[in-house]
Design a protein around this ligand. Structure first.
Ligand code: 3PG
Length: 208
């Protein structure tokens, strides 16, 4: 149950979404769904993030919504209570990983080194977020990890764009990538849902 491999197969891109005003949450989610994206990692980086998470979980059933930027066990609990359908952390500690695994929903822990991949593997998870993908070594680094550890699937995130996503998606150990480029802050704040739908459409086409 805790393994997030199924989460990696929903869409070729997991939009990493940060929302300040909860009134934007449902329109953003619908705009992404209109463009063919069926998943959101909603970051817990704003005071109202849990309210936005709850709104999307309740009102946009065709979107799988998870909570990102989980740094503490308390945040994981709060995210699950708000309706998160999966949890994403930028990195892992033994205490945080152990707690997230106890919550019985898919968990996508962040890793950036071979040792961290091995530590998470010991917990039984074979799906991980590779973060921050660009600065940590990019596609060449992931390809190299795939030689000794071919059975781990990654969602690289951090510094990826529509232009560079194919370099990652062509790897056998990458099912999807994550990125914030689908929901530019200016588009969210000005209510430019059409732009978000178009960006989602382009991202969806990466999977064709
Ligand atoms: C994340 O939390 O995954 C990153 O902030 C997303 O990285 P990006 O903004 O470079 O896409």
């Amino acid at each position: 149950m805790a393994d997030a491999t199924s989460v990696l197969h929903v869409s070729p891109v997991i939009p990493v979404v940060t929302i300040d005003d909860p009134q934007h949450a449902v329109p953003v989610a619908r705009a992404l769904a209109d463009g063919g994206i069926r998943i959101i990692e909603l970051t817990l980086r704003t005071d109202s993030a849990l309210t936005s998470l709850k709104l999307i979980a309740n009102e946009v059933p065709d979107i799988l919504v998870g909570a990102g930027t989980i740094l503490t066990p308390g945040q994981a609990d709060a995210a699950v209570a708000a309706g998160a359908q999966f949890l994403v952390s930028p990195g892992v500690t033994p205490a945080l990983l152990g707690h997230m695994l106890s919550l019985d929903i898919p968990v996508l822990p962040g890793v950036a080194t071979v040792g961290e991949v091995m530590a998470v593997l010991e917990s039984g998870l074979e799906a991980m977020k590779f973060f921050p993908a660009g600065p940590a070594g990019g596609p060449a680094y992931l390809a190299a990890i795939g030689a000794p550890i071919p059975h781990v699937q990654f969602c690289p995130t951090g510094g990826i764009s529509l232009a560079t996503a194919p370099d990652y998606l062509s790897l056998t150990n990458v099912q999807c990538v994550g990125g914030s480029w689908l929901t530019p802050r200016a588009a969210v704040e000005s209510g430019n849902w059409q732009q978000i739908t178009e960006l989602a459409r382009q991202a969806s086409a990466l999977g064709i």
